[in-house]
Structures are given as structure tokens and as C-alpha cells.
Design a protein around this ligand. Structure first.
Ligand code: ATP
Ligand code: MG
Ligand code: FE
Length: 334
């Protein structure tokens, strides 16, 4: 069974063809980073305009690369939410038009379900499992007792990890998106600067990163005022160490308490080298299998949407033509 999947929730226009929910036949991603860079973040109006310009070409490219025709498809899948509403609408309308024109079922997919199911493109999922979702807009621990069942056991109370990375990077005058730059500097620096760790209540699986972000900004500000030199590399390393320590500790505790078979990592920040190494080292000591997608499947793409859609195809969980972009779509109600 072949699914054509479309993703336009933020600033990448993406289309992919996925076979049986786990095999990538094509995975085309057009990033808009260059257009948003000079604004230091994603400008919604610019994102929508680029999606309109790109969507048809990207879909055609994905179909051509997969070497299949529309009659071969079993469904058209698209990210329904969350994301920028104007951006989501471009993908949703393209998907609806194609589903209608070729008389194919339409499947709306939750963007975070997509990030999680990127792991299905690597290996077969075994339940129960726990996922650490770390992206530009989300930081959560998601428990799954079976396919399509998502329970958020903890989430950020303020900033998402990716957001904190991007804001710290901006303070250090690094280009957008800052995550990869901080990651690179952190690898060179020494974590010698004392920064807080937000553990919250002992039982809690929630996160908080705004205090840490402010601490980094204050450290830099105070150093500047006193005229003392502060190493960007050391600051990046100290920030990253604080982030990773909390993420890894809570991940380990959650995986153990819920007695899971697999631990998955998902979202753009899963591309972080420091986080990948530390999580792998920790889980390798346990009986729990750890899975982290390759970098290209961590950041936004449509292959992950096709992987998540396959479960809905099997259950005949289709959307109708009233499908709309929904910025507030709830993962637990999938
Ligand atoms: P969401 O998935 O929550 O809707 P999004 O789609 O904008 O948000 P992603 O594309 O999944 O987010 O991830 C982008 C984020 O990942 C950015 O904040 C970026 O800085 C961060 N990121 C990418 N690579 C790295 C890295 N190596 N280290 C840390 N952060 C990274
Ligand atoms: Mg993005
Ligand atoms: Fe994303």
C-alpha cells in the first residue's frame, strides 16, 4: 500500500511517498530557512506564500522519484495540525484537491504523531513504548500502549526545548535556527558555567526551560556590563549540559516506571548530537531498546506523516472534505 503524504505546518514544504508505513520511496523537503533567516524566525505570511509557490512542484517531484502514479496510491495524507494555520491550509487544500481528483481516501495526521512515527521508518515499533518529543514547539514525554494511542505524561510548562535553543542562539548572535549552532559550539566548549536545572516536583514529568534561558541571557548581560570575557563555547556547553541532564533523567525515570520495551526520540532537537550520545549511552546500559531517527527524519518532513497515516489507513480512519487546518489539534484525541 502506497501513501502520498504532505507536510506544510511550518517552514518546510514537504511531500513523500511511503510504502506500507515503513519504507521511503521518496522524501522531498524544500526548506524556507533562507527566507526567514534575516527576520530571526519564521514569518507566517512568508511561510504561506512559499508553500503556495512550492507545493505543486514538490508533490510532483515526490511522485516522480517514487516512480508511481495516482491510481497506485491507497490514500493521500496531510498534516492537519498543530502549526501555523495559513501554512497548514496550503497542504490540507492540496491534499483535498488530489484526493477528490483521484477518488482516494484522505487522512489527516497530527504533526507530533508524525514526528513519533518517524521511528517506524527505522524499525518496527514495540509496545508499550515511551517517546521523548523535543521540537521547536513541543517538549513532552508521550506514552503509547499501542498504535495510535498517545498519552502525554509530561510536557513543558513554558518554553519548548527548541525554542530555548533558538532564543539562546539569538542572544549569542548566531544565525536562525540556532539549535545546530549551539550544538556545534557546545561540542568545543567546557560546561564550566553554573546554570540552573529545572527538576520541578520530584514526581513530575513536566519540563521548564524559560528559567534556564533567562539565566543564560543574564550571565551574558552581567559579563558584558563588567567587561569580562565570556566564552560562547563554554556558555553553549553549559546550557546544553543543563538541558540534556534534565531530559535524560526524566526520560530514564519515565521509561522505567512505565516498564516500556522501546524508548523513541522525536522532533527537530532529536538531531542534537549531545542529546543523542547521552541518551544512547544511558539506555544502552538498560534492557530498553533506544531508537533515534537519522537527522533528516528528525526535522520536519513528510515521510513521517506517511508513516503515521498508515495506521489510520489500516483502521480506515479517514477524514472527509471538511478537513481543515487545526493549529490546536490534540494529540491524545487522535
Ligand atoms: P513542532 O514540531 O513542535 O511543531 P517545528 O516543526 O518548528 O515545531 P522541528 O522542525 O521539529 O520544529 O524542529 C526545529 C527545532 O529543532 C528548532 O528549534 C531547531 O533549532 C532545533 N534543532 C535542530 N537541530 C538541532 C540541534 N542539532 N540541536 C538542538 N536543536 C536543534
Ligand atoms: Mg521547521
Ligand atoms: Fe516539527
Amino acid at each position: 500500500k502506497y501513501i502520498l503524504a504532505i507536510e506544510t505546518s511550518c517552514d518546510e514544504t514537504a511531500a513523500a511517498v511511503i510504502k506500507n508505513g515503513n519504507e521511503i520511496l521518496s522524501n522531498v523537503v524544500a526548506s524556507q530557512i533562507e527566507s526567514h533567516k534575516r527576520f530571526g524566525g519564521v514569518v507566517p505570511e512568508i511561510a504561506s506564500r512559499h508553500h503556495v509557490e512550492q507545493i505543486t512542484v514538490i508533490i510532483e517531484e515526490a511522485m516522480k522519484e517514487a516512480e508511481i502514479d495516482y491510481p497506485d496510491l491507497s490514500a493521500i495524507a496531510v498534516t492537519e495540525g498543530p502549526g501555523l494555520v495559513g501554512a497548514l491550509l496550503i497542504g490540507v487544500n492540496a491534499a483535498k484537491a488530489l484526493a477528490f481528483a483521484h477518488d482516494l481516501p484522505l487522512i489527516g495526521v497530527h504533526h507530533i504523531a508524525g514526528h513519533i512515527y518517524a521511528n517506524q521508518l527505522i524499525t518496527e515499533l514495540k509496545f508499550p513504548l515511551m517517546t521523548l518529543v523535543v521540537s521547536g514547539g513541543h517538549t513532552e514525554l508521550v506514552y503509547m500502549k499501542d498504535h495510535g494511542s498517545f498519552e502525554v505524561i509530561g510536557e513543558t510548562r513554558d518554553d519548548a526545548v527548541g525554542e530555548a535553543y533558538d532564543k539562546v542562539a539569538r542572544t549569542l548572535k548566531l544565525p536562525y535556527p540556532g539549535g545546530p549552532h549551539i550544538d556545534r559550539l557546545a561540542a568545543i566548549g567546557t560546561p564550566s558555567i553554573d546554570l540552573p536545572r529545572a527538576w520541578l516536583e520530584p514526581e513530575s514529568y513536566d519540563f521548564s526551560f524559560s528559567g534556564l534561558k533567562s539565566a543564560v541571557i543574564n550571565t551574558l548581560h552581567n559579563a558584558n556590563q563588567k567587561g569580562v570575557e565570556i566564552s560562547n563555547e563554554d556558555l553553549a556547553a553549559s546550557f546544553q549540559e543543563s538541558v540534556i541532564e534534565v531530559l535524560v533523567e526524566k526520560s530514564k525515570r519515565a521509561a522505567k516506571e512505565y516498564n516500556v520495551k522501546q524508548f523513541l526520540v522525536a522532533g527537530g532537537v532529536a538531531a542534537n548530537k549531545g542529546l543523542r550520545e547521552k541518551l544512547t549511552a544511558e539506555f544502552d546500559k538498560s534492557a530498553i531498546e533506544i531508537i533515534i531517527p537519522p537527522l533528516k527524519l528528525c526535522t520536519d518532513n513528510a515521510a513521517m506523516i506517511g508513516a503515521a497515516a498508515f495506521i489510520k489507513l489500516e483502521k480506515k480512519h479517514f477524514s472527509d472534505y471538511r478537513l481543515n487546518g487545526n493549529p490546536g489539534l490534540d494529540l491524545e484525541k487522535q
